[in-house]
Design a protein around this ligand. Structure first.
Ligand SMILES: [Zn+2]
Length: 386
């Protein structure tokens, strides 16, 4: 487990950094920080600590010390920039005392600039003129002096630039910034990262158009992700994969041949896992990798929070294997297996086994005549699978 400290800059009595219209840096960077925490923790490999999780005053020294005290592997302070008219782009500062972070800083800068479509100003470092050998930025200096091995400060965009302020005012872009950062951080620590796929359960009265609006996506995207044949036919209780997954960039894994025994086995497993096709139908175990099987695989991938491409590649088979191993899962557990359990017991899918999931698991256990201890052990697993 890696520990990361995310520091949303400013806040509390320090809310004066603003864009020309209505963007407030303290709020924008708090949103980015919360998203980054979510993205990193969704991998099950990170614990992310926020220096503040609300609008609160914190000194720069306190921020650096929080990171040092928690002995984190990485500290990253989140900011947006201000500068002369026309200035724009992303830049990332690293500590003068940790020159090895230059590459990580450069990658972060490039990734964020790319998702926003703005200039990549690259990796920078800034030495104090008063104290040569020390960092100009207090927050970097304190974290580094406190022994944090990797210390960064990111300026994701220029809020002083009206075009970039417009980008920062869209919540969707703040999420994209966090995802771009998460991807680079995961790569740095050798952790596999895939953007979270959201699963939405259709409520009565919903339309695809309304759902698309709600998740800031398009009807076409939802239709494509879920292999829906008739967009006017959705029904309450149907699970839909929503959210912006870069479908086109996914390299589909080689699919087993049609009529294959392996496909039949996959269909059998999906049936055991209660993963139905997009119309809620149990799969026919015919060994043919057609639209129904593809849609069931996509649904499973959405539930597991892995890349949704409809092909049963190594990542998908890996998660299936994890589930079939029926690991003891309880309060505090995280990741794809928890997501699957949440899907089966019918609680919001976030991959974190918290009090709400525990309560629903207990209910599920009682309903199935098991000891309601909230721990998913072999007996509960046997009710969930098969
Ligand atoms: Zn700032």
């Amino acid at each position: 487990m890696f520990k990361v400290c995310i520091d949303p800059g400013h806040g509390g009595s320090d809310r004066s950094n603003r864009g020309p219209s209505c963007y407030v840096e303290a709020d924008g960077v708090l949103a980015i920080s919360k998203y980054l925490k979510e993205e990193l923790e969704s991998t099950g490999q990170f614990q992310a600590i926020l220096t503040r999780d609300r609008d609160k005053t914190l000194t720069l020294t306190e921020r650096g010390r929080i990171a040092a005290r928690n002995k984190v592997d990485l500290f990253i302070s989140q900011h947006t920039n201000a500068g002369p008219k026309g200035a724009g782009g992303t830049e990332v500062y690293y500590s003068v005392d940790i020159p090895g972070d230059r590459e990580l800083a450069a990658k972060l800068s490039a990734a964020v600039a790319q998702v926003l479509g703005i200039q990549d100003r690259g990796a920078k470092t800034s030495e104090s003129t008063r104290y040569p050998g020390e960092d100009y930025y207090t927050v970097i200096d304190k974290a580094q002096d406190g022994g944090v091995p990797h210390v960064l400060l990111i300026e994701s965009a220029f809020h002083s630039n009206p075009d970039e302020e417009r980008l920062l005012l869209q919540d969707e872009n703040l999420r994209k910034i966090a995802q771009a950062q998460a991807k680079v951080i995961c790569e740095f620590f050798g952790v596999q990262y895939s953007q979270q796929a959201n699963v939405y359960i259709v409520q009565s009265g919903d339309t695809l158009w309304g759902i698309a609006q709600k998740f800031k996506t398009t009807v076409e995207e939802i239709v494509k992700l879920n292999s829906i044949s008739n967009p006017s036919l959705i029904h309450p209780g149907q699970e839909l994969i929503v959210g912006s997954i870069e479908v086109d960039k996914v390299q589909p894994a080689p699919q087993p041949e049609n009529g294959d025994e392996k496909v039949r086995e996959l269909q059998h497993i999906l049936n055991m896992l209660h993963i139905t096709d997009t119309n809620g139908k149990v799969l026919v175990e015919d060994g043919l990798y057609g639209p129904a099987t593809t849609s069931a695989v996509k649904k499973f991938q959405g539930i597991a929070g892995i890349q949704v491409d409809g092909s049963a590649g190594p990542q998908t088979m890996g998660v299936i294997k994890q589930i079939l191993a029926m690991p003891v899962t309880k309060r505090g557990s995280k990741g794809a297996v928890v997501r699957y359990i949440q899907f089966r017991v019918g609680v919001g899918i976030d991959g974190i086994f918290g009090p709400k999931t525990e309560a629903i698991v207990k209910k599920f256990q009682s309903a199935n005549g098991l000891v309601a201890d909230g721990i998913v052990g072999s007996k509960t697993w046997k009710e969930l699978i098969g």
